[in-house]
Design a protein around this ligand. Structure first.
Ligand code: FO1
Length: 316
């Protein structure tokens, strides 16, 4: 495995952050994470960028491993005070996390680009890899439920992912384009990895940003391997609603159902040993397979899976 390789990871929150952490252990600054920003939300006048921040805190080693979001040892004194003022606090912003949103929002108001602000936040926390927002333009995921269209965090946090999702749309996607940094990272990549994140609400918005899917296809044309990792194991998502979304959006809740979302885009699909029986039908979609233990237990588990993915991807 090459340790100098430039690798790009397309990622959402928790699953993406764990794999990013494992990849960073091998690649250090050779890793660039292109992160979903369609989960972003305004709370109390501040812009919160959950997937970016989950990846950033994880790569800085200060993430809250119990929750899968936010900071270790976090407190909520400010949220409690906001509640006393009658503010809605179902989306809980921790005291230390608030500092990130205050700096981000103040700099946005001064006219700085989200990509530059994100890079400066990461540098302040000593993150070795680079985390790039998928676009500098605002994109917001909405899901259609029996009660109509809902903003993503209303569905995800306020309603605990309970409503059935019939449709997904990305407000603002028509005006979003890949930044020069995103294009340059994909151009320089020796391998592109799609994290075990939700294909519909974490990976799709990244691919739908103008220029991203085309850049990935351009990389494939240069024989750069594109690898996706299944976030569905034994028919269930490790975290989040991906398994239920697969079904309600008309697909199969399995690694095969995930692989079908990436037909024509990837060369290698990584699935769990539990799903080994799906290897042949996945190969029939026109992709190679790697069957391994995809559950990333602790730091060693993250680095192990990352190493197993990098081996076939970089040793061509
Ligand atoms: N998730 C929750 O389940 N409850 C919360 O109160 C919550 C607050 C929150 C604050 C900042 C942040 O960056 C993330 C936060 N998340 C919370 C997680 C977030 O909703 C998810 O990570 C996603 O957007 C799905 O990837």
């Amino acid at each position: 495995m090459s340790s100098n390789g430039q690798v790009v990871l397309l990622a959402g929150g928790v699953g993406g952050a764990r794999l990013a952490h494992g990849l960073q252990a091998h690649l250090g600054p050779g890793l660039t994470v292109i992160v979903n920003t369609a989960d972003d939300v305004e709370r109390h006048g501040l812009l919160v960028s959950p997937d970016h921040d989950t990846v950033m805190y994880t790569l800085a080693g200060i993430d809250n491993r119990e929750w899968g979001w936010g900071l270790a040892g976090e407190t909520f004194a400010a949220a409690d005070m906001l509640g006393r003022y009658g503010e809605e606090t179902w989306f809980r912003l921790g005291d230390r996390d608030l500092a990130t949103h205050i700096v981000r929002t103040a700099r946005l108001r001064r006219g700085d680009r989200p990509t530059v602000i994100a890079r400066d936040l990461q540098r302040s926390l000593g993150v070795a890899a680079t985390i790039l927002p998928m676009s500098d333009a605002p994109v917001r995921t909405e899901v259609r439920t029996d009660d109509g269209w809902l903003a993503f965090q209303d569905y995800f946090v306020r309603l605990h992912q309970e409503p059935t999702v019939h449709e997904v749309r990305f407000q603002g996607i028509e005006d979003a384009s890949a930044t020069p940094e995103v294009e340059a990272a994909i151009q320089a990549a020796e391998a592109i990895v799609i994290a075990p994140s939700n294909p519909f609400v974490s990976i799709r918005p990244i691919l739908d940003v103008a220029g991203v899917a085309a850049a990935v296809q351009g990389a494939r044309a240069r024989r750069v391997p594109v690898v996706a990792v299944s976030g569905i194991i034994g028919g269930a998502a490790l975290k989040g609603p991906a398994d239920r979304m697969l079904v309600s959006l008309g697909h199969e809740a399995s690694a095969l159902g995930v692989a079908r979302q990436y037909v024509g885009l990837i060369d290698l699909f990584v699935l769990d040993r539990i799903d080994a029986a799906l290897e042949a039908p996945i190969q029939a979609l026109g992709m190679r397979t790697l069957v391994t233990d995809t559950i990333m237990a602790g730091d060693p588990g993250r680095a192990r899976l990352a190493g197993e993915i990098l081996q076939p991807a970089l040793d061509r």
